[in-house]
Design a protein around this ligand. Structure first.
Ligand SMILES: Nc1ncnc2c1ncn2[C@@H]1O[C@H](COP(=O)(O)OP(=O)(O)OP(=O)(O)O)[C@@H](O)[C@H]1O
Ligand SMILES: [Mg+2]
Length: 436
């Protein structure tokens, strides 16, 4: 084992390298959270030795990305696994923690293999940071070797990698935007953020208007409404990339919308699974999906907010929004322990003559700092809405444009070079671009 080792083996597996030990439970806010495809409906049995490993696996099992997998976690390590599979069939995946020396681990795994179905995969959690052992385990068909202590995200990533088709396109980052109350500007914020994001990342962004009956994406982008999304949701299994392509409406390069029907001809009582299936097809086709989630509380809106990669809550600085934001934040934080807190956009700040809760008090009460606060500007927002334009199209220098850019940057999960002040020729070019 030397530091010159690459930290990937020839099959692309992460190699344990002494120089870079894994850290335990690094705070979520410090990490770049990976965007992972949800794993299929598999059964996973874990046999741990250390209670901390059990806790980490349990935390991973409750994660949104492993939601479809059925986990059982017990103590007893390899001995318990051997006893169990001597008499009962093995699951899709076994996670085994061991503290033995290399030779004993290999002997135990050979015995376990005799009792396992051929489709069963094995992940080993061990104490030894030993590349020779790692290679030997891989040679014997072990899917992954993780060095204890493991953290939940590391486990989630490993399990997800095992069940993701390496040839499938990567899954796009999903961003759900919801209002703490009706009419607070959640759709306006969702649309402007999606637009800003597509300009920033130079990659495809799709905005999905999930307010099926009353959605305004078609109006805000000056496009026709369409029944496409409702059709896809009523027959989710029929949606494939070709059909999706027909349904998307391109507003500019790298920015599409999937408009809502915005019609009351039928009702839209749909199952959460329909949204899940449709969103997965969309996420397979674009790197960023922004969802305009209506302010209703149903099984599917709840599921959307609990499973999105990022959640943005839009609130006005009033008491109802404060109470609702607090409830939403509490639920989201509790249900997503391996994710960041939702982002808060306080909108419509400074409505004349309307008493307001000061931003500082608002933030203190919900224990979450707003990412941005956007002033109430009826002239600007009203004109943009009536013209079917985004704020940056109407007035590129308006203050909310910088706020939408800030939120888009954060949601992109990418790091951007701070913009250098333009000098000389560059500033003339930039000025020319702006006037075009
Ligand atoms: N900062 C702002 N200043 C002034 N007007 C705004 C601001 N933000 C949004 N609006 C206006 O508020 C109205 C409601 O906005 P929007 O439809 O985006 O809200 P919503 O929260 O999505 O509502 P709904 O609950 O109906 O979905 C629109 O007319 C919009 O132009
Ligand atoms: Mg709306």
């Amino acid at each position: 084992m030397t530091q010159a080792l690459s930290n990937r083996d020839e099959r692309g597996h992460a190699l344990p390298v002494e120089a870079a030990p894994r850290t335990h439970l690094e705070p979520v806010s410090q990490q770049t959270l990976p965007v992972l495809a949800p794993v299929p409906r598999i059964t996973v049995h874990a046999f741990c030795l250390n209670p901390e490993t059990g806790v980490a696996i349990q935390r991973a099992a409750e994660d949104r990305r492993l939601r479809r997998a059925a986990f059982s976690v017990e103590m007893g390590g390899t001995a318990a696994a051997l006893a169990r599979y001597a008499t009962s069939p093995s699951p899709n995946l076994i996670i085994i923690e061991t503290s033995d020396r290399a030779r004993d681990i290999l002997a135990d795994l050979d015995r376990l293999a005799e009792h396992c179905d051929s489709g069963t995969r094995v992940v080993v959690v061990g104490a030894a940071n030993d590349v020779r052992l790692y290679r030997e385990l891989m040679r014997r068909g072990v899917s992954e070797y993780l060095i204890a202590p493991v953290d939940p995200l590391q486990l989630i990533e490993s399990v997800s990698a095992l069940y993701t088709d390496p040839d499938a396109p990567p899954i796009g980052r999903s961003i759900a935007v919801v209002g703490a109350k009706g009419g607070v500007g959640a759709s306006t914020v969702a649309h402007n953020i999606g637009w800003a994001l597509s300009g920033l990342v130079e990659a495809q962004v799709t905005l999905v208007d999930l307010d099926l009956a009353f959605g305004t994406a078609s109006l805000d982008f000056n496009q026709d409404a369409s029944h496409g999304l409702a059709d896809a949701l009523t027959a989710p299994d029929r949606l494939d990339p070709v059909m999706l392509d027909r349904l998307l409406v391109e507003c500019r390069e790298n920015f599409n919308i999937l408009p809502a029907p915005s019609s009351l001809e039928r009702d839209y009582e749909l199952a959460p699974e329909a949204f899940e299936t449709v969103l997965e097809v969309i996420r397979r086709s674009v790197p960023f999906v922004v969802m305009d989630v209506p302010h209703v509380w149903t099984a599917w809106t709840r599921q959307l907010l609990l499973t999105a990669d990022e959640v943005v809550i839009v609130a006005a600085p009033d008491l109802a929004c404060l109470r609702n934001t607090k409830s939403l934040v509490e639920l989201i934080v509790k249900s997503r322990p391996n994710d960041r807190s939702p982002r808060l956009v306080v909108n419509q700040v400074g409505v004349p003559k309307r008493p307001e809760i000061p931003l500082k008090d608002f933030a203190e009460a919900i224990e979450l700092e707003p990412t941005v606060a956007i002033p109430f500007d009826p002239q600007l927002f009203g004109t943009a809405a009536n013209n079917g334009q985004m704020i940056s199209e109407l007035q590129a220098a308006a203050r909310p444009v910088a706020s939408f850019d800030t939120v888009a940057r954060i949601l992109s999960g990418r790091t951007f070079e701070p913009e250098k002040p333009k000098t000389g020729f560059a500033s003339i070019l930039a000025a020319l671009k702006k006037t075009r």
